[in-house]
Structure formats: C-alpha cells, structure tokens
Design a protein around this ligand. Sequence first.
Ligand SMILES: *Cc1c(COP(=O)(O)O)cnc(C)c1O
Length: 427
Amino acid sequence: MAFKLSRNLFNEAKRHIPGGVNSPVRAFRSVGGVPVFVASGRGSRIRSVDGKEYIDFVCSWGPLILGHSPKTVISSVKKMLDKGTSFGMPTEEEVILAREIKKAYPSIELVRLVSSGTEATMSAIRVARGWTGKRKIVKFEGCYHGHSDYLLAKAGSGALTLNLPDSAGVPEEMVKFTIVLPYNDLSAVENAIYSDNDIAGVIVEPVAGNMGVVLPEKGFLEGLRKITQEKNIVLIFDEVITGFRLARGGAQELFGIRPDMTCLGKILGGGFPIGAYGGRKDIMSCVAPEGTVYQAGTLSGNPVAVTAGIAMLRELTGALYRELEKKTKWFTEELKGIADEAGVPVTINSIASMFTIFFTKDPVRNFAEAKKSNVEMYSRFFHELLSGGVHFPPSQFEACFISRAHRDKDLERSLDVSRKAFKKLKN
Ligand SMILES: *Cc1c(COP(=O)(O)O)cnc(C)c1O
C-alpha cells in the first residue's frame, strides 16, 4: 500500500476509522481541509507524509514541553524497552514517579497512576463522591475534563441545575447531578453551593485551556478554595494541561492555592499515555484496595510511560520555565503587534508557555466571550499559516504551546508567516 499523500491517507482512513481520526479535533472539521498526516517529529518541527515540514504549535495538545523526540526521554525509554513493556505488577519506577509528583505538588499526599486524563478526572469524581457521600458535581462551561459521561454536560438555558448532555449516548440522567456554571463567576458558585447540600465536588481547570486559553480572574480560584473549604466540598484542580506546564507544580504552585485533589496527564507521560489523580491522604485513602472506591487498570503505571515521565520531569527546571515564559511573552506580544498593524482585531490570552489568539477585539474571560470570536477568520488564518509551514491547532478553541525546542528562528519565521497571513485576511 503506497499512500504518499495526506489526502490519500485521509480518504483511506475514513473507510476504516470514524471521520478518519482517533480523536475528533484532528479531522480539521472546524477549519476545513485535509489533516496533516505526520511521518515524524524532531524538536520544534513535524514532517508530514507529503514531505513537508511544519513548525508545530500543537505539541501533541500539550505533552511535548521539550519538543519532539527529546534525547533524554528517548534514551530512557529505549533502556526500559530492553527490560519489558508491561508487567501488570508493581515496579520501582512507579514509586519513583509517585515521589516526584508529590514533591512537585505538596497538596498530593497519595497518588494513583492511570492511563489518560479522562480516567484521572473520572476517578477523582468517583472518589469525591465516595468520600463525601454526596452526588452532585460543579463544573464550568468551556472547561473540558475528558469524555466520561458525567462530565460531558453543557449549560442548559435557565435553571442552574438543568443541564444537557454534550453528546448523544449520554442519558439526561447521567448529567442530572452535574451543575454547569460560567467560568470566572464566583457568585454563581456561591449561589449554587449555599443552596444545595448534595454537592460532592467542584472540578475546575485552574487556567482553562480547552475553550482556548482563559485565565482565572483575580479572586476566582481563591474564592473557590474558600467556599469549598467552608462546606467540606472536594475542590479538584484538573491540571492535565497546566500541570508541569505553568510551573513544575502547575497552577497551584503559580497561584499558591492548595486543592483537595489534583488530576494530571499530558506532560507527565513524556509523550506516552498516562494520567494521575491524587490529593489529601484522608480522601485518597478511599481508593481500593485501601478503601471502598473501586478503580483499576491493566496498563496503569505502565513502565514505559512511567519511565518517559521520570525522564521528562528531570528536565523541568525553574530555568526552563523562566525561559519558556520569556519566549512566549515575546512571541505573543509580537503577534499582537503584527495583527494590530494589519488592522485585524484579535485578543491574545497567554500564560507561561501556552496561548490562544482569539479573533475578537473584546476580552475573553469565559466561554460565552470565547464564542464571540470570528471562527471563519481563524480558519483562514490557520490555513495561511499551514501553507507557510506553521501548524497551529485546527480550532479557534484550543491552546498553542511553545516548547524548549522552539528556537528564536522558529518563532521569527512563524511571525513572518503570520504577518503575511494577516495582510491576506485584511483583503
Ligand atoms: C486533555 C485533557 C483531559 C483529558 O485527557 P485525555 O488524556 O485526553 O483523556 C482532561 N482534562 C484536561 C484539562 C485536559 O486538557
């Protein structure tokens, strides 16, 4: 079978895989066109099966903070592979990684490894319910916590507690106990929590990355911490994106807030499938076999993924975070300047090494404001970048990531391509 082009591969893929992809956003539906089929990645670049090279701002949707194929991770993984791929029995590597996680996240006293972010959040919610004996969960509109039934809820019109499933195949009863509130709206949280005694947990992306990057306003996270503490409700930080991204200790280190539970994934696996959930000892002691909340996994703590994670964490120094922040700040300010020059109204939200360019002149502080963006403009911008060899995420509502491997010349080149793109958008 010789499929040399992404187009041919995509056509073939669609005959075998729903939409031709193994995760929906990869299909380019919101920007149109044919997804880039990747042959290989190195540093800041990916090479497509068509033989074209792209500067990659997707970075596997977050995990690749060192860029593609970092030497240290690859060599550790190769060594592990000589010993085996999976045992389904405890290994020393799991203990090492658990200790490293705890060191970086003092709020985590016990941690359980799983194989994806979805599993981490799904399990954390089960634990919060098991520990409190309560049923309801508060989540925020535009925050994504993986695809488990309870968390696939969107805000319905009107009544606070009346929500709709965000997917077919999720019975309304499954989201009956999910309360969806606007991000950054503390008074909505107060109203919900003070009028309801059946709330087990509040789950939040401490910096939202799945409606595009949206920052918590001053006082939002602090307020969540205060109210949940008062009412003995489990505060869950979903740091699957922000963990090891904003700082080694994630958003909780950056903002100085101690959640009861934390979910991790993405960077933690060094490019391999992993997730983790952990938190206060009294709460995590509910997990089987210690306690009565069941949760298990054949490939949980997979030695290859764990080894990659350990190697990854070794590279994540304070100096690296300072360097990434500086690069990203410079890049996003330049990008904004170029858009302004061209007269294209944009708002860029950015923190540490993640950012989103929203095609709206107004501030973006929640999902409703993110949705005001001109997605048609984003699509045109995206395709201009793509044909110039720069791969942004194929949706307005995703985060761009800058890695250690993004050199100044990569960023300068990306700005040049952006300048041309904005000019075309204006015409
Ligand atoms: C990616 C993500 C998840 C889901 O992780 P998967 O590994 O894709 O299952 C959950 N929460 C957040 C905040 C994420 O960004």
